[in-house]
Design a protein around this ligand. Structure first.
Ligand code: AHR
Length: 497
């Protein structure tokens, strides 16, 4: 008999707003993430609108992508924005030294990025080049993007086809300064941040949220050093600190584990690894709460997701991996954790949107499939800008394997903008279902993503092998008993409670 759990949702204890940007996406010049993934050019035989492939565009619109981060990642610290403007045929060709050493023809640049964001109705996050750029180059880029003044740079933007400045929501000074962004110490980067951010000026009415490059995994020294060393003034702001954490099934970079064909041990260890992010967030938030009690500075997990060994036969520099039910479970667990810290974690970006790491969409020339992670994100759309609601469980089913334990059930609730209360549930266990008693609900309808196989995934031949199915349950006098199947993600609309 499955364990019985009572869940209580405190429907009137409205918590923080779950900033829609918590559900943000990352697109880097990496492998087929941008080229082929979304950008095919106007002359492509793949149906497109202004160079953006229509199938992917339509799928992304349905996903209601709230935020796009571009152009990297590691790529950002070698990106010179002037290479990506003006007539495409005269843009310089450069080498993408981080990702496969391929030729970058710069066909996708600033104008294309903002055009895509406008087509999707997404907020914009541009990552500046601290590694190989100059403060002047960065200041010029900011002026090009945000200014309306009659300067030569703004005239150049207009001549390139964009009259009005774009809305730039977020801007970061460098990426992974501890690694590919320059192998710096936190102290050295903090000094550079002070200098560069002082000259990262924009018009008052078009100021982006300014982000400093922070730490990774369990490190807290970056947040601490930045908060102690950056003293905001009229020309120096730091509104957020970024943090990166990738989920490796084995926890090791040399042999990470494969995207499909894994056993239960690797299913378990992947979930165990992904759950570690909560401790990392907690530790950083504790330091930030001490040094920034007014919570002026956000903690942005602007790269997260699964990182497997690349799929066999693919370019190792392209980070292409299949995406299975396990990834959807990972997505659900991370979303629940971010929601819990939504007063500080107001923006995150899963890495990456298309064809790279934990992608929403995979393409093979003219073909496209939606991944289980796509479905997980789509199921959570009602959580965008919803209000967090506290919940409690009468007991926690535990999932045990080889002497290790993780929670068997994870849950997160919110009151959406439409007034309905939504409940997201993840059953991490491979063979045990959970019987959940809901009370004081109006209705139980929603979507269930689950499968017999741990590595259920979609292929170009079988694009609908795994997709959410409609779910509903009876409600009697406000009570309902539902079964949360093993290996499942379930998102429910419980009505206007
Ligand atoms: O997302 C892939 C890479 O991972 C990014 O370029 C970098 O920031 C991180 O190391």
């Amino acid at each position: 008999k499955p364990p019985q759990v009572d869940i209580t949702i405190k429907a009137n204890e409205l918590g923080s707003v779950l900033n829609k940007d918590i559900y943000g996406q990352f697109m880097e010049h990496l492998g087929r993430g941008i080229y082929e993934g979304i950008w095919v050019g106007e002359d492509s035989s793949i149906p497109n609108k202004d160079g953006f492939r229509l199938d992917v565009l339509t799928a992304l619109k349905e996903l209601q992508v709230p935020l796009l981060r571009w152009p990297g990642g590691c790529f950002a610290d070698e990106y010179h924005w002037r290479d990506g403007i003006g007539p495409r045929e005269s843009r310089p060709k450069t080498v993408n030294s981080n990702w496969g050493g391929v030729i970058e023809d710069n066909a996708f640049g600033t104008h294309e990025f903002f055009a895509l964001a406008e087509l999707l109705g997404a907020d914009t996050y541009v990552n500046g080049n601290l590694g190989t750029g100059t403060p002047q180059e960065m200041a010029d880029w900011l002026q090009y993007m945000t200014s309306d003044a009659p300067t030569t740079l703004v005239e150049q933007r207009k001549a390139n086809g964009r009259d009005k400045p774009w809305k730039l929501h977020y801007f970061a000074i460098g990426n992974e300064a501890w690694g590919c962004g320059g192998n710096m110490t936190p102290e050295f980067y903090t000094n550079l941040y002070n200098q560069w951010a002082s000259f990262a000026k924009t018009p008052q009415d078009n100021r982006p949220i300014m982000i400093a490059s922070g730490g990774t995994d369990d490190s807290t020294i970056w947040a601490e050093t930045l908060l102690k060393g950056v003293k905001p003034s009229w020309n120096l702001r730091m509104d957020g600190i970024s943090h990166h954490y990738y989920t490796l099934p084995t926890g090791k970079w040399d042999v990470k584990g494969s995207s499909t064909g894994f056993n239960e041990e690797l299913w378990f260890s992947t979930l165990e690894q992904t759950l570690r992010i909560e401790d990392f967030i907690k530790a950083n938030v504790a330091i930030m709460d001490e040094l920034d009690p007014e919570k002026k500075v956000g903690f942005y997990v602007d790269e997260w997701g699964t990182w497997y060994d690349v799929d066999k036969g693919t370019n190792p520099g392209f980070l292409y991996q299949q995406n299975s039910l396990r990834d959807a479970i990972v997505a659900g667990l991370n979303i629940h954790i971010f929601n819990r810290y939504a007063d500080r974690v107001t923006m995150t970006n899963i890495a990456q949107m298309i064809n790279v790491l934990q992608a929403m969409i995979l393409t093979d020339k003219e073909k496209m499939v939606l991944t289980p992670t796509y479905h997980a994100f789509k199921m959570h759309v009602p959580f965008q800008d919803a209000n967090y609601l506290p919940i409690s469980l009468s007991s926690q089913p535990s999932y045990q394997l080889d002497g290790k334990t993780i929670p068997g059930l994870s849950a997160s609730a919110a009151r959406a903008k439409d007034g309905n209360v939504y409940l997201s549930l993840v059953n991490t266990q491979t063979s045990e279902s959970v019987e959940l008693n809901l009370s004081e609900v109006k209705q139980v309808t929603g979507w269930l993503l689950s499968d017999e196989k741990m590595d259920a995934h979609n292929t170009f031949d079988k694009p609908n092998n795994i997709a959410p199915v409609a779910f509903s349950a009876k409600v009697k006098k406000g009570k309902s008993v539902i079964t949360v199947p093993a290996k499942s993600l379930l998102v429910l609309n419980l009505g206007k409670l």
